[in-house]
Ligand binder design. Structure first.
Ligand SMILES: [Zn+2]
Length: 140
């Protein structure tokens, strides 16, 4: 069993497979979310543009729709940002750098990655002000 040491060797192949699955599922979810929101925004925009036509289902005022549209646009932007992070994380899985903190370069604990597969920084760097705990048990 001479496995070549890679940068993410500590996680193990099973873990990386698992994380890849999580990322792919999350990507699908976010894509659907983004598509749905984009469609909503387009619909709300179109409805507002046609505001002088008769609308049967109770839309009369434009203000509520603008609020809805702004909210949807914000959610859409959030979903797109999440997608970029997921894509970047998938790239890191492929390139063998997955799980490395983008800030301090330490390995991000697997428990955190399971909760947040697209995490780019460790809790210490993310938290910033959190008391910096040096892991007592260092890896061999
Ligand atoms: Zn860090």
């Amino acid at each position: 069993m001479n496995r070549i040491m890679t940068k993410t060797d500590e996680y193990g192949v099973d873990f990386l497979d698992h994380q890849r699955q999580l990322l792919l599922e999350e990507r699908t979810r976010q894509q659907h979310l983004a598509e749905g929101l984009q469609a909503d925004v387009a619909e709300l925009t179109a409805e507002r543009d046609m505001s002088d036509t008769d609308v049967e289902d109770g839309f009369g005022e434009g203000a509520g729709m603008v609020v809805d549209r702004d909210r949807d646009q914000t959610l859409h932007a959030t979903a797109m940002a999440a997608l970029l992070e997921i894509e970047a994380a998938l790239d890191r899985v492929e390139s063998g750098t997955y799980g490395r903190c983008a800030s301090c370069g330490e390995q991000i604990p697997s428990a955190r990655l399971e909760a947040m597969p697209a995490a780019t920084v460790c809790v210490t760097c993310k938290g910033g002000s959190l008391s910096r705990r040096r892991a007592a048990a260092t890896t061999r």
